[in-house]
Design a protein around this ligand. Structure first.
Ligand code: PSU
Ligand code: MN
Length: 303
């Protein structure tokens, strides 16, 4: 795919080389680094995801904003700065321009990362869980969903964030015509758990099938993205009933202490980690690494 680097984007030389040499590239988001995981495991994880991709000779391209400059690919020192600094923004598509204008730094969500990756024609992106439709009556729907609806990119994930309303998230994706592919599973993964009881739109079992499907999606000019759903590796996954029990407890604690708005997600994830004695954190790290590996495999096969 021919590409031109937009003037607002600074591309790391290794990523630029890969794009020019038509070597495979996998985009990685950074809100999971800045807001999704505790320090310092977030930095360790960010490095391990890059290493997973590099291990099969595919170029990782972590997206973030540093001092008002949108970046595709970070040096080791930049990755460290992003992961360890306290006052970085969570940047979704809505927040891209204002973060640049104010010369701030931030971790990009799935939505913002899709926007940046697609601007140079990157076709594959790895993350843990996408945002989606929240539970209850808040009306909170992640900007990740409309971004997936309008951008032809393959997003490798383990479903959506565990605390979301998964049936409504799936319905939203269906309305937006986003294929939800289960790789080796016919169930939509529930992040920490391998099963959700909810169907995917299609189940594919081999890399060749995934690649053939993606090629026909791109060739037909279908504008939507594609979700490739990969369950959490078996040895780290947590049974669904345990997650649901712990989540119910954490939600009632949040209600009792009046925790709402953007404080709710960090509170719930933190409590889930405590209640599971660290099992959710371990599952999160394992699925992220695995998804990076799977995405690299797909990117390589597509190139
Ligand atoms: N899932 C997680 N941890 C995270 C995220 C998702 O388990 O940190 C991040 C991703 O970057 C995702 C974003 O794009 O949260 C969605 O946020 P919101 O619901 O505010 O759009
Ligand atoms: Mn939201």
């Amino acid at each position: 795919m021919p590409f031109e680097i937009p003037e607002w984007l600074r591309v790391h030389p290794d990523v630029a080389d890969a794009l020019e040499g038509k070597r495979a590239v996998v985009a990685l988001e950074s809100t999971v680094i800045t807001h999704g995981l505790p320090r310092p495991v977030n930095l360790d994880l960010a490095r391990r995801m890059e290493a997973e991709v590099l291990s099969i000779d595919v170029q990782p391209a972590t997206v973030a904003i540093l001092d008002g400059v949108v970046r595709l690919g970070l040096s080791n020192a930049e990755l460290e700065r992003l992961a360890l600094s306290q006052n970085v923004r969570k940047v979704s598509r809505r927040d891209l321009a204002v973060t640049v204008a104010r010369r701030q730094s931030g971790g990009t969500t799935v939505a913002a990362t899709i926007f940046v990756a697609h601007s140079v024609g990157i076709q594959v992106f790895a993350t843990g869980g996408i945002g989606g439709v929240h539970r209850g009556v808040s009306g909170d729907i992640s900007a990740d969903l409309p971004e997936l609806a309008r951008t032809p990119i393959a997003v490798v994930c383990s479903g959506a964030k565990s605390i979301l309303d998964l049936p409504r998230t799936i319905e939203w994706l269906e309305t937006a015509s986003v294929p939800v592919i289960g790789w080796g599973t016919d169930e939509f993964p529930a992040f920490f758990s391998r099963s959700s009881g909810l169907p995917v739109s299609e189940s594919l079992t081999t890399l060749a099938e995934i690649v053939t499907f993606l090629r026909s999606h791109w060739r037909m000019g279908i504008e939507s993205g594609v979700l490739i759903c990969v369950p959490c590796p078996e040895e780290a996954a947590i049974p669904r009933n345990i997650i649901e029990e712990n989540l119910a407890q954490a939600e009632s604690e949040a209600l009792a202490s009046g925790i709402i708005g953007n404080e709710l997600t960090p509170f719930l994830l933190n409590r889930l980690a405590e209640l599971s004695e660290g099992s959710t954190l371990r599952a999160n790290l394992e699925l992220l690494k695995n998804n990076a590996h799977v995405a690299a495999t797909i990117a390589k096969a597509l190139t």
